[in-house]
Design a protein around this ligand. Structure first.
Ligand code: FMN
Length: 458
């Protein structure tokens, strides 16, 4: 019988002095990771590293014509030579990376930010894609930046195209009370989740043939203009995956959110072996008016409220991946999507959605109308549900500010000018990317799952 893959976890400690609590948390996270099998662990402390800021020379991103007319490929390195090269080597070798940061002015440390900024070439060349990542943060007092750091770190993880592993509610944050058992447990949770996800992702990547993998990577470069034909990349039997799209839009009929989800699901299906279903919460009768807490009080593995959510729960459980879609309402997600999320509370408690793949699409009236804040909001509950969130690609999760179609929001006569989302090429492209990335990651994780669950623990 095959053994579980041995994995390498790297922790990047962004403390700029020497922070014993953060280092302690990293150790607890590693202990949690070791509970499920063999793990090689390594901590890199950034405090004594010489790191310069990215100067946006773009050398790593652009091909150059040489004097002799030949093309020089993008650099596989950063032009600035300092301690980053060794850090990058560690990042490439790792199966999973724990990003640990103290809260500095409610944000991540500058040195950690520099590492992310200077990793553009790594991302551009696909080196980070699908690797697992999660975060730890520490601040002096309770609620003084831990959550904002975890959220920022999550965005940075997705910007690196890594898979954000949701360790669950509140996990990963700590304050300066070194012997607090919750701090230790929360760090262990991160380590456990990271070890599990890193194994699935590593095994999945190995199972997929080289040919399939290179076609996936190549496919992204071609997605700019049209969807690639992946007809020869057909998942083998038993690998078929189900992707669910959930629309939190209020408006009747196929409006913007629903259109983006349709586009994402269509792109997912083009991978082959992918079943999709789009659910519009608008068509369901959902009671979001009261909180009975019965599921918590009685330990029920379901919600007792008998409305249309009862039909939705089995669909959520059967899905391999879920794309959440919301129009932007007052810089955040719609009340309808929030009401639905709240009704999934028992699933959060039970870890029912743990390890499923997730992503998001959002659409607003304005070009900068709250799409990113809404994505961040969705990412928070994805993390709380312990799901795995896909990385960011060309604008990230599907985002659109199409309503003005590249014009000012008003006509000369002062009337508002609305353009449907299908007229926004950026929104359509990012929706397609979202669907593709979700389907591919689901496939990798499912393939890895099969290997890992049939393997013995060494
Ligand atoms: C209550 C409400 C609040 C809104 N808030 C914003 C906003 O903060 N920023 C923005 O750009 N658009 C905002 N909009 C516009 C919608 O995001 C936009 O029209 C979107 O395309 C609707 O998506 P749908 O077609 O899926 O319903 C708001 C719309 C409503 C109804």
């Amino acid at each position: 019988m095959a053994s579980r893959p041995r994995i390498k976890l790297l922790a990047l400690c962004g403390s700029q002095g020497r922070d014993p609590l953060l280092l302690d948390m990293i150790e607890h996270a590693f202990e949690g990771a070791r509970e499920s099998g063999e793990v090689d662990t390594r901590v890199v402390e950034l405090s004594d590293k010489r790191l310069r800021h990215c100067v946006q020379c773009e050398e790593c991103m652009s091909r150059r014509k040489r004097r002799d007319g030949t093309i020089r490929e993008e650099l596989q390195d950063c032009t600035i030579k300092d301690d980053l090269q060794a850090i990058h080597t560690g990042m490439v070798e790792a199966d999973g990376i724990i990003w640990a940061s103290p809260a500095h002015a409610l944000g991540v440390s500058t040195k950690l930010r520099i590492v992310v900024d200077r990793s553009r070439w790594l991302v551009h060349q696909g080196n980070m894609r699908w690797k697992a990542a999660s975060a730890l943060s520490v601040a002096a007092e309770p609620m003084t930046g831990q959550e904002t750091v975890l959220r920022q770190m999550g965005t940075m993880i997705r910007a690196l195209q890594m898979t954000q592993v949701g360790p669950g509610y509140g996990a990963g944050g700590a304050y300066s009370a070194p012997d607090d058992p919750r701090t230790r447990e929360s760090a262990r949770e991160v380590g456990r989740a990271m070890a599990e996800a890193s194994r699935f992702l590593k095994a999945g990547r190995e199972v997929l043939t080289q040919e399939a993998r290179s076609r996936i990577v190549e496919g992204y470069h071609r997605l700019h203009s049209s969807m690639p034909d992946h007809s020869d990349f057909v998942p083998s039997e038993g690998q078929a995956i189900k992707v669910l799209g959930i629309s939190g839009a209020h408006r009747k009929g196929s409006r913007n959110t629903v259109h983006m989800l349709h586009t994402a699901l269509e792109a997912a299906r083009q991978l082959g072996g992918v079943e999709t279903e789009l659910i519009s919460l608008r068509d369901l009768r959902l009671d979001v008016d009261h909180t009975c807490d019965e599921c918590l009080a009685t330990g029920l593995a379901r919600c007792n409220n008998q409305d249309d959510m009862q039909e939705l729960y089995p669909k959520l459980m059967a899905a391999d991946a879920i794309i959440f879609g919301s129009p932007v309402h007052e810089l955040g997600i719609s009340g309808r999507l929030k009401g639905f999320v709240d009704r999934c509370r028992w699933m959060q408690r039970d870890g029912t959605l743990k390890g499923k793949i997730a992503s998001a699409v959002t659409v607003a009236y304005l070009t900068i109308g709250g799409q990113e804040t809404s994505i961040a909001e969705i990412s928070d509950f994805i993390r709380a549900f312990q799901m795995y969130q896909t990385g960011f690609m060309f604008g990230g999760q599907g985002v659109s500010g199409p309503a003005v179609g590249g014009h000012t929001p008003w006509n000369e006569d002062g009337r508002t000018r609305l353009t449907p989302v299908e007229n926004d090429p950026w929104g359509m492209m990012t929706s397609r990317f979202t669907g593709r990335m979700v389907a591919e990651l689901a496939l990798v994780v499912k393939a890895g799952h099969a290997v890992v669950s049939s393997a013995v623990v060494t």
